[in-house]
Design a protein around this ligand. Structure first.
Ligand SMILES: CC(C)(COP(=O)(O)OP(=O)(O)OC[C@H]1O[C@@H](n2cnc3c(N)ncnc32)[C@H](O)[C@@H]1OP(=O)(O)O)[C@@H](O)C(=O)NCCC(=O)NCCS
Length: 144
């Protein structure tokens, strides 16, 4: 799982270090897409409590990672993993009060942005982030 992510995100930062720290967090779920004994893709979903203006916590569902090994792309695996994450996030939403599934995508990664748009995500222009490498991340979100 980490190897797939490290290869997919090599332009964004040191994911050999970052991905294991995410996997250790409570509230993080992860899946591997495997076919014929070959691991082809992975997805990670996290649920976090974020302080809100009312002094409480808002539960946020975050698609932390979605990656398909380069040789297996454009065959529908990304969409299968994404649909699974959306289905699980939606199912858990009622018990967590999470209203949105969000994600961060690199600004020039138009292929991934297209995949997310087709799955109902829209851009949240109020949030941009900077990856370790200095590249810009855009926030997208979808109601759940
Ligand atoms: C983004 C990513 C996860 C998409 O995974 P994928 O398995 O290639 O995605 P899909 O195959 O489901 O969809 C990608 C394209 O293949 C097309 N496709 C889907 N099934 C297909 C099939 N059976 N045959 C041919 N093309 C197909 C889709 O229509 C889509 O077309 P598009 O280029 O018009 O968007 C993958 O490219 C990746 O790992 N990229 C690097 C990491 C990354 O950018 N992650 C997302 C940011 S967090």
């Amino acid at each position: 799982m980490v190897a797939t992510g490290v290869a997919a995100y090599q332009n964004l930062g040191d994911y050999q270090r970052i991905l294991p720290t995410w996997l250790e967090q409570p509230g993080v779920l992860a899946w591997v897409y495997e076919l014929n004994g070959v691991r082809r893709g992975m997805a990670m979903l996290g649920f976090y409590g974020e302080p809100n203006a009312a002094g409480g916590l808002t539960i946020v569902a975050d698609l932390l990672a979605l990656a398909v090994a380069a040789e297996f792309r454009n065959a529908g695996i990304g969409r299968i993993l994404l649909d699974h994450v959306i289905e699980v996030a939606t199912r858990i939403a009622s018990s967590t009060n999470a209203c949105w599934l969000r994600l961060t995508v690199e600004a020039s990664n138009l292929g991934a942005q297209r995949l997310y748009s087709r799955a109902g995500f829209t851009f949240d222009p109020s949030v941009t982030t900077t990856y370790e490498s200095g590249l810009t991340g855009l926030r997208m979100r979808r109601p759940i």
